[in-house]
Design a protein around this ligand. Structure first.
Ligand code: ADP
Ligand code: ASP
Ligand code: MG
Length: 415
């Protein structure tokens, strides 16, 4: 007998027919004698719809109320799955985040899970029941509903798996594993049978949204094996595990694991900033206090006595809050103009092999230059290189890089 947390994404939960199929998969696992807890997403498109409604209500919406609105999508699907399972004779019951409870921080719209009380779940396992838990949501100590950031159901699933010491966490989605890049834009992407937490963490953090970044970080800390697989076919998926779990140590690891892109960033430029100590701190401190995650940062180096420009990226969803904060501190900082551009995309090349191989970045810049793609900003880490480009070149850039690093499969992934 194994203890398994099964998580189903939005496409798998999109409508009663699909929920019935999910129920079949859950029942099959329970009939094998396994203890099962299920975490579900809202129906595909539902969270986008709810976010849009908040924006229409007020562009600078209150984040606590936003959480009340967007958490509702998962409440619906968890109830529907519990009803469907009951109809199949499975002893299933839904438990909201506040019922378990899943305690989180007060950072509304991007809350962090503090702890999960496993008592309720242990009791359900003991009684042979199946708990159906809405992903994405939790509750503060004061009892307010929170959400964990977009894609957060993956993190809910891994956190619950860790809390109940599950044998593994199965993430069912609409692709049958983790690929060298998004198989929807590169049909020649290759499925990776196994990938380390470290590689997956980097891929996810730069846009491979097949797993939410935080879920991978958590799995790594808890050493929780994740299996990514499709709810639409029975093919083996991708195992995301620790380096020590990869048996074939002599295996020739690919120099580059994959290519990722992220269209959810916006670029902000502040012009003519005073070139003195404390300017950058005076900009980023209030943004941090407003819970805005700043990513790429580029500052021009002015000549003595001149002023500097500062460019950085923030999530598109945080753009209105960011410009609001920056407008309020304009006089204090003393910049000339604030320019915002949402038509940008981050493209990244990731691979642990970069540590020991020079020239990966140069190869990337050459491949993009050969196609006339201009680079707006660059950041690097030990195992990744990221560039910011015009959004219209995203697909072209990803395909060109996928080929340049020798990642193309013989046949299309779609076949
Ligand atoms: P879910 O609703 O199940 O959580 P998501 O849409 O969040 O699903 O994530 C699955 C999607 O991730 C796929 O449909 C695919 O387009 C995208 N994706 C991006 N990069 C990758 C990758 N490297 N491997 C697999 N899928 C990827
Ligand atoms: N429904 C939420 C979202 O779309 C959470 C998730 O699906 O993981 O972001
Ligand atoms: Mg997802």
């Amino acid at each position: 007998m194994a203890r398994i947390v099964m998580k189903f994404g939005g496409t798998s939960m999109a409508g009663i027919e699909r929920i019935r199929h999910v129920a079949d998969l859950v029942k099959r696992e329970a009939d094998r004698g396994n203890q099962v807890a299920v975490v579900v997403s809202a129906m595909a498109g539902e969270t986008d719809r709810l976010v849009q409604l908040c924006r229409e209500a007020a562009s600078l919406y209150d984040r606590r109320e936003y959480d009340v609105v967007v958490a509702s999508g998962e409440q619906v699907t968890s109830g529907l799955l519990a009803i469907t399972l009951q109809g199949m004779g499975v002893n299933a019951r839904s438990y909201m985040g506040w019922q378990l409870p899943i305690h989180t921080s007060t950072a509304h719209a991007a809350a962090l899970i503090d702890r999960i009380d496993a008592k309720v779940l242990e009791k359900i396992f003991g009684d042979g029941g199946v708990a159906v838990i809405p992903g994405f949501q939790g509750v503060t100590e004061e009892g307010h509903v929170t959400t964990l950031g977009r894609g957060g159901s993956d993190t809910s699933a891994v956190a619950i798996a860790a809390a109940v010491k599950a044998d593994r966490c199965d993430i069912y989605t609409d692709v049958d594993g983790v690929y060298t890049t998004d198989p929807r834009i590169v049909p020649r992407a290759r499925k990776l049978p196994i990938v380390t937490y470290e590689e997956m963490l980097e891929l996810a953090s730069v846009g491979a949204k097949v797993l939410q970044t935080r879920s991978v970080g958590l799995a790594m800390r808890e050493n929780m094996p994740i299996q990514v697989l499709s709810s639409f076919d029975d093919r083996p998926g991708t195992m995301v595990v620790g380096d020590d779990a990869i048996e074939d140590k002599t295996m020739e690891r690919q120099l580059i694991t994959g290519i990722a892109y992220d269209k959810n960033e916006a670029r902000i430029t502040l012009t003519e900033l005073p070139d003195r100590p404390g300017t950058v701190a005076a900009i980023f401190t209030p943004l941090a206090e407003a819970n805005v995650n700043v990513d790429m940062i580029v500052q021009s180096t002015p000549r003595a006595g001149e002023r500097a420009d500062l460019t950085f990226t923030v999530p598109k969803a945080a753009l209105a809050h960011t410009t609001d904060v920056l407008e309020k501190i304009k006089d204090e900082i003393g910049y000339q103009d604030m320019l915002a551009n949402t038509n940008v995309c981050k493209v990244s090349v990731v691979g642990v092999g970069m540590r020991t191989n020079a020239g990966v970045a140069a190869q990337m810049f050459q491949a993009l230059a050969a196609r006339g793609i201009n680079i707006l900003a660059i950041t690097t880490s030990e195992i990744k290189v990221t560039v910011l480009i015009d959004e219209e070149y995203t697909e072209l850039a990803v395909r060109v890089l996928h080929t340049a690093y020798g990642l193309d499969a013989e046949e299309d992934a779609a076949e």
